[in-house]
Write a protein that binds this ligand. Structure first.
Ligand code: NDP
Length: 257
């Protein structure tokens, strides 16, 4: 009974930012659990490769190009997915950007606006577009990908724009969870530490980052994208049926100290 609750057979799941990193690993995890996955992102070529790999393993996968900062396009993809593919039961709102790190006093408007646009606005457009369909059916599970940076201010890099976007995402997640809790839609977030993906795997090669990052991490390592994907799978599934509005740290202990 308990393992069965992690199965997603017959369910449809859509992932944003699915062409690489955490999004791609999450799509793999959801597919392995039996879901028909829809991978979205900006690079059609990379999405195609990810979907081909899943199909070659016998899983169902579709792709759609989607820039999450485009709210009208996000609504269109929700319409297409729910009408042409089927009821989307699960949304993983994962797309995000972080860099460049910039001192607040020197930050150009564009840096602030771009990060807020992708991480916060894009996440909201996605939750709103897919949540509407889920509310209509009184059934759905949304996982937003936040960050430990929504709890702490990272060091040594200065990135007020990223930290603020993720803290806001966490609170947005709780707000939506509260609005939708008695209408069958759960909304939870994961908050990872440094993950070995394109976003952080170059920065850690610089000792200026690596030393303080690892000094601040009780487990003394980055985590892998698959370690976030497995938590996303759990939260998306019925195994987490009692959870909504939670922000689950997957931080190798970073916020202990
Ligand atoms: P990657 O940089 O490997 O992946 C980011 C993904 O987001 C890519 O698929 C990228 O696609 C997509 N993306 C970026 N901008 C947009 C956009 N406007 N519309 C649609 N898709 C977009 O990093 P991660 O896999 O690590 O990041 C995934 C999530 O995890 C992000 O929200 C990030 O903030 C969060 N996170 C990451 C941590 C880390 O250390 N790596 C730590 C904590 C949280 P494209 O190829 O089109 O750019």
């Amino acid at each position: 009974m308990y393992m069965q609750k992690q199965r997603l057979d017959g369910q449809i799941a859509l992932v944003t930012g699915a062409n690489r990193g955490i999004g791609r690993h999450t799509a793999n995890a959801l597919a392995e659990a039996g879901a028909h996955v829809i991978l979205t992102g900006r690079s059609e070529e990379m999405l195609g490769q990810a979907a081909d790999e899943l199909r070659s393993l016998g899983h169902k996968a579709d792709i759609r190009v989607l820039d999450v900062t485009d709210s009208a396009a996000t609504n269109d993809v929700a319409d297409w997915a729910n009408k042409d593919i089927g009821d989307v039961d699960i949304l993983i709102a994962n797309a995000g950007i972080a860099w460049p790190s910039t001192n607040a006093e020197d930050m150009p408007d564009e840096t602030w606006l771009k990060v807020i646009d992708v991480n916060l606005n894009g996440c909201f457009w996605s939750c709103r577009a897919f949540g509407k369909y889920m509310l209509g059916r009184q059934k759905g599970s949304i996982v937003t990908v936040g960050s430990m940076s929504g709890f702490v201010s990272n060091k040594p890099q200065n990135q007020a724009q990223y930290n603020a976007s993720k803290a806001a995402m966490h609170h947005m997640t709780k707000s939506l969870a509260g609005e939708w809790a008695d209408r069958g839609v759960r909304v939870n977030a994961v908050a990872p530490t440094y993950v070995d993906t394109e976003m952080s795997n170059v920065a850690i090669l610089d000792p200026k980052n690596a030393v303080p990052w690892m000094e601040g991490t009780p487990m003394k390592r980055m985590i892998g994208p698959e370690e976030v994907a497995s938590v996303n799978l759990f939260l998306a599934s019925e195994a987490a049926s009692g959870m909504t509005g939670s922000v689950v740290l997957v931080d190798a202990g970073y916020t202990i100290w």
